[in-house]
Write a protein that binds this ligand. Sequence first.
Ligand SMILES: NC(=O)c1ccc[n+]([C@@H]2O[C@H](COP(=O)([O-])OP(=O)(O)OC[C@H]3O[C@@H](n4cnc5c(N)ncnc54)[C@H](O)[C@@H]3O)[C@@H](O)[C@H]2O)c1
Ligand SMILES: [Mg+2]
Length: 349
Amino acid sequence: MSLYCGTVCRRKSFWCYRLLSTYVNKTRYLFELKEDDEACRKARQAGVFYLFHDLAPLLQTSGRQYLVPRLSRAELERLLGKFGQDSQRIEDSVLIGCSNEREAWFALDLGLSSASSIHKPEVEAELGGSFISLRRAVSQLSSMDSSLLFTARALLRWHDGHQFCSKSGQPTKKNVAGSKRVCPSNNIIYYPQMAPVVITLVTDGARCLLARQSSFPKGLYSALAGFCDIGESVEEAIRREVAEEVGLEVENLQYSTSQHWPFPNSSLMIACHATVKPGQTEIQVNLRELEAAAWFSLDEVAAALMRKGSFIEQQSDGLPLLLPPKLAVAHHMIKTWVETQTCSSLAAI
Ligand SMILES: NC(=O)c1ccc[n+]([C@@H]2O[C@H](COP(=O)([O-])OP(=O)(O)OC[C@H]3O[C@@H](n4cnc5c(N)ncnc54)[C@H](O)[C@@H]3O)[C@@H](O)[C@H]2O)c1
Ligand SMILES: [Mg+2]
């Protein structure tokens, strides 16, 4: 049973953790660490650290998968000392989560601050791993690790780009957890930002519409995506993006799921399915946004979903269509569409 005992237990800590479910307990603990600098500093003493260098996480290879090493506070201090860095550097770390047992997890970038950047190859040799671009590594990470590293990358990047107040020009100061920055001269608080992006899988009943940008790897097609404009609802953004990119009008919008996507900046991907208006299937590609767009049959998409291995391996097997990696929300939407189509065609037999 999960109970919240409110103000009665708000003495030493914010909440009486004993009575809460594991999930609520964890959530409340993270909330406390974000709000209370002293509690977060204490948690950081006993916490563990994920290391980055210029936003690339430290990873270790294990077969076809990547493992994500973590350092204890003592190990991190030893490492910093070995490379002539003060343990003060740990102040730059940001809180990215915690375990069920309330072990706090932090991320620290050793490469972003050019004044005190640590030489990458030496750290890699010392720790027996490599700093690998998260985008490149994403298909070889577990979903738990990738979600944690997505958060870490987004937060570290946001802090790096918000060192100064945009009104006063003065340096801003991060709170201990890194959940905000404050300008000491005017008390403006800056919170980490994400841009809402709509991503839509359009169908005409039998086929789905996929598109590619010239920057995509050869053969890769994805669902239509676009940033929401100021003042738009999700529905309006979907209709506009589809019209802008492929010249079609959509209806029957259905929310599917959402995902935080850290490349290149933090986006909140809001995934929806939609159908074209009856009789309207002729695509007119906006070449300023896309290189190509096309309708794909269930068989073509199902065959592409079955393909295994990295992009490079898939490109060499000669089939024309490549789909986004499993961790991308576009992959999830395409898979859901294939499953729904397959079920409805089986039901029709
Ligand atoms: N996770 C996934 O499955 C998945 C799939 C497709 C796209 N995406 C992501 O969705 C995002 C948007 O897709 P898109 O590139 O097709 O968008 P888009 O169609 O809106 O085109 C991008 C252009 O929009 C403009 N723009 C407007 N607001 C912007 C903002 N806040 N930030 C950056 N540019 C802005 C810029 O001119 C930019 O060149 C990309 O960052 C991409 O990485 C994720
Ligand atoms: Mg787009």
